[in-house]
Structures are given as structure tokens and as C-alpha cells.
Write a new protein. Structure first.
Length: 190
């Protein structure tokens, strides 16, 4: 339970998290490629509220230019079909002894995926134009460069049934350079 200004308690809902890591993402990743997508089941009886995301970037093979203005990842909301390709993540970790199953899990009709060597297929998905968050990666183009960031929105990001949250690159990546991305996300459902 969280406390509001008048001292009353508000329910936080059931808490969940998921952690996944991409394979080696090939050079020249096209603009607007999706690397992580989590879709809440369209038949869900609750909405999800994304509280935080942690991103861990590692450059494996140096990019064409180690410091490239504009290299970035961004967090988008969207709606429509489930993504395909990559590696399916079957279930989220639960934060209680006897919680219900997350509506992001495959069993109730949700879908979570992480890219393997290239972008996920996002046919039938409409993304919002403006991202929820942006992460600049201009400085991590050298081989072995590592960057970790915790994204904590001012208010939790609402994902309604049939909507999704995705990590995408709003600009094309350099012609050379490969990387791996770790994603951890925490949310509640209510």
C-alpha cells in the first residue's frame, strides 16, 4: 500500500518484473527497430503500470565512429498486434508468494519478446509518435563500452489491455558496430 497526502492507503496492485538480454545485434540496425516489446493481453481485466526500466548496453564491436551524435534508444507505447521474432519470454517474475499470473505472460494472451540478432517484427503495431523516455548512447561506440541507466517515469506508464511498451532506436545505428542490450522492467497490475 502507498500513502497519499491525507494519510489514506491506495492499493498498488500485484507486482511483477521481467529481465532479458538480446543476442548480438548486427551492425546497421535500421531506424525504429524494436529490441524489446511487452504487450498486455487484449483480454486482460486489469491495466499495467510500468514503474521502472533498467537498460544495460554493451558495445561488442566498435561502431564506425566511436562518438556519434544522435545514437540513442527510446521507450514507446503502442497498440495492436503482438510482435514476432526474437526470443519469447514466457513468464514474468512475481513479487508475492501467491500472486495471480501477469497479463503480460503468454498463458493469458500477453506477449513479451527480446531481439536476438536483429529487430523484432512489429507488423500491425501502431506506436505513439513521441517516446516516453530517451537514452543517449552517443558516447558508447568503442568496443567494450558499457552504459547502464534506470528509467523511472514521474508517474507510472499506463499500459491498457491490448497496448504495449517497446524499446526502439529512433535513428539508424552506424554501419559498423554490434551491441548487446539487457532490459529489466518492473510494473504492477490493477
Amino acid at each position: 500500500m502507498a500513502r497519499v497526502q491525507d494519510g489514506s492507503a491506495i492499493p498498488l496492485g500485484d507486482g511483477f518484473s521481467v529481465a532479458a538480454i538480446t543476442g548480438t545485434i548486427a551492425a546497421a540496425l535500421a531506424q525504429d527497430s524494436a529490441l524489446f516489446v511487452a504487450r498486455l493481453s487484449p483480454t486482460a481485466t486489469e491495466s499495467a503500470y510500468v514503474d521502472w526500466l533498467k537498460l544495460r548496453w554493451t558495445t561488442l564491436i566498435a561502431f564506425t565512429t566511436p562518438i556519434t551524435a544522435g545514437r540513442q534508444l527510446a521507450l514507446y507505447r503502442g497498440s495492436g498486434a503482438a510482435a514476432s521474432g526474437g526470443t519469447a519470454i514466457a513468464a514474468a517474475a512475481e513479487s508475492a508468494d501467491f500472486p495471480p499470473v501477469s497479463f503480460f505472460n503468454a498463458t493469458p494472451g500477453g506477449d513479451m519478446r527480446i531481439a536476438t540478432t536483429g529487430a523484432l517484427t512489429v507488423a500491425g503495431i501502431t506506436f505513439e509518435t513521441a517516446p516516453q523516455e530517451r537514452v543517449t548512447l552517443s558516447h558508447v561506440g568503442a568496443a567494450g563500452a558499457f552504459y547502464e541507466t534506470l528509467l523511472v517515469p514521474r508517474i507510472p506508464i499506463l499500459i491498457a489491455p491490448g497496448e504495449l511498451i517497446a524499446i526502439r532506436n529512433p535513428v539508424a545505428m552506424d554501419a559498423a558496430g554490434t551491441f548487446q542490450l539487457g532490459v529489466t522492467m518492473g510494473w504492477s497490475e490493477r
